[in-house]
Design a protein. Structure first.
Length: 394
């Protein structure tokens, strides 16, 4: 059987956290393809999932614009941030990218303590969106450095969270184990007329064995003791939200899909504001005809910072592969690192994956050389494909 050389290649990657944006990864992959297959048509479709770069990507895709905002960062210091005001028809829509104000990249390594970090700045960005006249606010979850159940965001919006003695809680997830009452009377009244949509990973839940503290707490710097402390605190917080929260909520705040997004921000916004939690790819891929691009391609190349057991649980390469598998289009994946359980991606449609690292190197070196490593790895990947085509044709 003769296997034709791919003539049209779709490049649909995620970004590499704290290294390359999705746009930069796509450009590097495209450059690598051209080095090995200069005659191919290449479609670049960099994808975002609500994490870093999402606001800018959606602004660019809709002819919108970014609005700079100074807000409270995850460790309490002011940070320069932004929201996006989208173009196009329909309700005036703003995008709040939580990673732009409470992302892990904004937490210095010596301060990575999810028991103390806060989403207060997320609430400030929502206020900025209201100041821009937003009728619909899309909150993108991902790449967070927090685990406060969205309590900080609600506090910034005017809510009061108090303990049994009536004292307001300090910011941070650890304080939530003392939460006794939530008072929403002070919420900004403009919220009542705004639709709040939260784009989140539906696999992320608030509490329990698969709760956000246990699954993601260690990645954010939590010790084993803090993981248990945070899970207990989030359970207490869920109970307060259930009793005192927004009457219009329609999700189980403990185990409902997306409640654990961004350290429980999903639960806080759903329980406190009645926000709707939506699968992030339904929202974030709305600006690109991904299925149409896949249908036109002979080969799809996707990428993310790490491929491991979490990849099939709502990560961009897995979503791309699932869609490509339905259409019978082969998928190759590149990763900054390959971890435990990576073989599980074959089941969702990724035919082969490889790390971009060609020699052992420190993480800092890999981050600094990320673009060139992606480009070089892509060239070798395509040359391997071409060898396969030649063997089949022999």
């Amino acid at each position: 059987m003769t296997i034709p050389v791919p003539q049209r290649i779709l490049v649909a990657p995620s970004g590499f956290k704290e290294s390359l944006s999705a746009d930069e990864v796509a450009e590097a992959i495209g450059a690598g393809v051209r080095r090995a297959l200069p005659g191919a048509r290449i479609d670049l479709a960099p994808l975002v999932d609500g994490g870093e770069g999402s606001a800018a990507a959606l602004a660019a895709a809709t002819a919108g614009h970014l609005v700079p905002v100074a807000a409270t960062g995850p460790i309490g210091d002011p940070v320069p941030s932004h929201i996006a005001v989208l173009g196009g028809d329909g309700p005036r829509t703003a995008v709040v990218e939580m990673a732009a104000v409470a992302g892990l990249s904004l937490v210095p390594h010596g301060h990575r303590d999810p028991a103390a970090t806060t989403t207060y700045g997320v609430g400030e960005l929502i206020l900025a969106a209201l100041d821009e006249g937003a009728e619909r606010i899309l909150v993108g979850c991902g790449d967070s450095g927090t685990c406060d159940g969205g309590a900080g965001a609600l506090q910034a919006l005017g809510a009061r969270i108090v303990d049994a003695a009536g004292q307001e809680l300090a910011r941070g997830g650890a304080a939530l184990d003392r939460a006794d009452r939530l008072d929403l009377d002070g919420l900004d009244p403009r919220l009542a007329d705004a639709e709040i949509l939260v784009a989140c990973n539906p696999h992320n839940v608030l509490t329990g064995t698969d709760g956000v503290a246990r699954v993601f707490g260690p990645q954010k710097g939590a010790t084993p003791e803090q993981v248990e402390q945070l899970d207990r605190a989030l359970s207490v917080w869920a109970g307060v939200l259930e009793r005192d929260g927004h009457p219009g909520r329609s999700v189980d705040l403990r185990t409902g899909a997306g409640t654990g997004a961004s350290g429980g921000l999903g639960a806080g916004l759903a329980g406190g504001l009645g926000a709707r939690l939506l699968p992030r790819f339904e929202v974030m891929f709305d600006h690109v005809d991904l299925d149409g691009l896949i249908a036109a391609a002979d080969l799809v190349i996707t990428a993310e910072g790490a491929i491991d057991f979490q990849t099939p649980r709502g990560k961009i390469p897995a979503e791309v592969a699932r869609r490509a598998k339905r259409q019978g289009t082969p998928v190759l994946a590149l990763a900054g690192s390959v971890g435990e359980g990576a073989d599980g991606v074959h089941e969702v449609g990724i035919g082969s994956y490889t790390s971009i690292l060609n020699v052992p190197m420190p993480l800092s070196a890999a981050v600094a050389q990320g673009y060139q490593l992606v480009e070089d790895a892509t060239e070798q990947l395509i040359r391997t494909v071409l060898i396969g085509c030649a063997i089949a044709a022999a």
